[in-house]
Design a protein around this ligand. Sequence first.
Ligand SMILES: *[C@@H]1O[C@H](CO)[C@@H](O)[C@H](O)[C@H]1NC(C)=O
Ligand SMILES: *[C@@H]1O[C@H](CO)[C@@H](O)[C@H](O)[C@H]1NC(C)=O
Ligand SMILES: *[C@@H]1O[C@H](CO)[C@@H](O)[C@H](O)[C@H]1NC(C)=O
Length: 430
Amino acid sequence: MRRFAYCKVVLATSLMWVLVDVFLLLYFSECNKCDDKKERSLLPALRAVMSRSQEGPGEMGKAVLIPKDDQEKMKELFKINQFNLMASDMIAFNRSLPDVRLEGCKTKVYPDELPNTSVVIVFHNEAWSTLLRTIYSVINRSPHYLLSEIILVDDASERDFLKVPLENYVKNLQVPIKIIRMEQRSGLIRARLRGAAASKGQVITFLDAHCECTLGWLEPLLARIKEDRKVVVCPIIDVISDDTFEYMAGSDMTYGGFNWKLNFRWYPVPQREMDRRKGDRTLPVRSGNVELHLIPFLVVLGINVETNQCLDNMGRKENEKVGIFNCHGMGGNQVFSYTADKEIRTDDLCLDVSRLNGPVIMLKCHHMRGNQLWEYDAEKHTFLHIITQHVNSNQCLDEPSEDDKMVPTMKDCSESRSQQWLLRNMTLGA
Ligand SMILES: *[C@@H]1O[C@H](CO)[C@@H](O)[C@H](O)[C@H]1NC(C)=O
Ligand SMILES: *[C@@H]1O[C@H](CO)[C@@H](O)[C@H](O)[C@H]1NC(C)=O
Ligand SMILES: *[C@@H]1O[C@H](CO)[C@@H](O)[C@H](O)[C@H]1NC(C)=O
């Protein structure tokens, strides 16, 4: 044990001397070049500050490790926001981050005349240090002429420090900051919309309340919008560890998109995009999701008139039966889309019937109609399905039978209430 401590001392002292050497070397090599006496006296002081700031906890995006003695306290604090608050509080609001851009991106030139932006940040009971670090990173790493304002939308936080103290603090920052308070807890989307309504910039940028922007984050986003004002852009999103606050570069070989439950997911960049970009990874990836020919579509809940229950995929997988369950109004497994291709779709699975009298199973959507074709009759509220191999096989989606109360069935169309399904548009974020 003592030997170990001894080793550490030796290591630390030698490390210190190496650092002193490096410092001296830098000092003299720099000052050989500069004749100006003023700079001679100014530079070392400046560099001392800078090197200190690069060494503080979490600087350059490094991990912050909590000493053994504080582990208990750390675990307590972790529960407050579900991240390592102790580590976060140790890191400077303006901590430095590595420049993780591809080499080709660092030298890219963007037009001068970019549109300016309002940055909207929604928070609910956010930690002081993560919120402030988000704000500082926006201010410090965005050209100010492009920053119209920062709008903080407080989704009914209960913590006192997010009230008057926050208002007082942000008054002194170099960019106009507006704070909007929701009267009651409203959820991310409503809060964002409120922020958007109050924004003055030409572009609205939505950020999470615990993120950090890196150098050059904003210009490429605005440049794409300047090229085509109808695009919605998204940067590569890297990861900050919830445990150590280490900054970890993400992959540029994935892109964000929405699945059919409108949940955000990462998808691998398709070959078609690799080809289009001819290997130049500094070009943006175009997401295909939006341009699919599935618009217009309804995001619906299918509610059976007789049982008042909703179609529900029950979290089941491909090749399993679709279910039916009490409507919970939370979206999730009960969100189905009736697409322009006349499919009843849940995520990437479609309701598929290949035999008379069912069953109704979920299979990968093939867009070939056939077994996945459903005619919705908006007046009778019925879902008619034709099995192509059979003559006179028109059947309708019906309530469950006595044998299994959890799966809808297929029966000859009768216009009975059990075959009537109401479609309800779902409000996003509700
Ligand atoms: C952060 O701000 C402090 C105080 O103004 C300053 O000393 C330090 O150099 C800054 N750090 C970075 C990485 O800019
Ligand atoms: C943003 O751009 C618009 C249009 O050019 C301009 O009127 C407005 O003053 C700009 N806002 C800021 C804060 O620069
Ligand atoms: C759902 O919204 C779409 C698009 O706005 C509209 O055409 C449709 O009639 C609505 N359907 C229902 C059931 O409210």
